[in-house]
Design a protein around this ligand. Sequence first.
Ligand code: HEM
Length: 421
Amino acid sequence: MADDASHAQLTPAAPKPAHVPDALVYDFDYFKDPGFQTDPHARIAQMHKEAPEVFWTPRQGGHWVALSYEANYDLGRDWETFTSEFVPQAQMQAMRAALPPGAPHIPQPLPINVDPPLHTKYRIPLNGAFSPKAMNLLRDDIRALAKELVANIAPKGCSEFMADVAEPLPVNVFLKMFGLPLERAEAYRALVKEHFESIDFDPKATIIKLQKVAAIMRDTFLERKENPGDDLISRLWQANVDGQPTTLEDMENWGVLLFLAGLDTVMNGIGLGVRHLATDPALQERLRQSPELSQELTEELLRRYTFTVPVRMAAKDTEWHGAPIKARERVLMLLGGADLDSSRFAEPERTDIDREDKVHIAFGTGPHRCVGSHLARIELQIMYEELLAGLPTFRLDPANPPKFHGGNVIGLDTLHIVWDV
Ligand code: HEM
């Protein structure tokens, strides 16, 4: 338990349901935990010493958390026990049918918020669009942009790296491949930040947020339907779901998910990786000498600093890795816990690019496993290569320690680094 002073900033504790044994209660607020503000992965490592592999926390409305590798691995795959459909399809259709004529569509992020078999139908068009072959075609553009961003900061001797590089790189890459105008990048990022800042227990608030996201893309969607280009929006218009042509509603359902996933994940991965490198000059030196190791570096940093936190809801009562979970209770997949589990990885807190087995689950498991993983890996790898080639040894700025955030995407708000010029 955190002390009283740090409790002040946590969400109020929900009453413990009678079926939750005292031994499985552990206090953890995944948005506001004080440890997450200073070093989220150190906090996760501490949890491994103190908490059961699946525990219940009273914070954020009260929910379960899967901490161990096995519990997370199984959760992602068992969609029949743990659903991603927080709003069942029948209820979603009824809400849409009740809308007055001309009211905006209620977007549902697809395919992430539905289970198979519907999931598969909405996933198939994305698999082709994000295939390794399609993503490899972006390499030259990504490298040119990474080079340019690093060249801009190199003469300065210091950088707030999130704003200077970690954010603009993936945001530009995604907007270009998706087909959204770059000049609106700032407005898009503001919406994404608002979306991930907190969770809404009121479904109406979530709907309003998602409608704002859909609204900011609608004119581009409609324009691209008439004038297709070489981008994902145009390609998705030409796809079909179950033999039916794509509708504007389908575009908005795909669009809200891709927008939120594409504009917030990679930047946090870059931030966490570069923050590690700034504390490990020997590793920097090794990679400068042997840039061909950048793939191993990327994988080990993804494992060591796994940062997304997906959520499921129990579809039925179940006994899960020792926890008595009841239908409709929420379960957080703390994937960072999975990849720091000593029963899966020897000395998990050691960052070791020579580690033989670094097969992590940073991109999830099961049917929802990340469709953007090939793109993310290419961006991370090229970023590390260009950063290490373009800057001499860099370190954290002692006057400005990194600022972290928790939530469904753990990451950094600011990362000040310095180097000699
Ligand atoms: C390092 C960066 C990234 C990480 C760590 C990551 C992680 C994840 C994880 C863990 C999931 C599974 C969620 C669940 O089980 O509910 C997921 C799903 C997804 N990701 Fe990523 N992601 C990254 C980058 C991206 C990018 C760049 C895109 C697209 C531009 C993307 C698009 C998606 C989509 C569409 C899904 C849903 C797949 C489905 O439901 O079938 N991701 N991601």
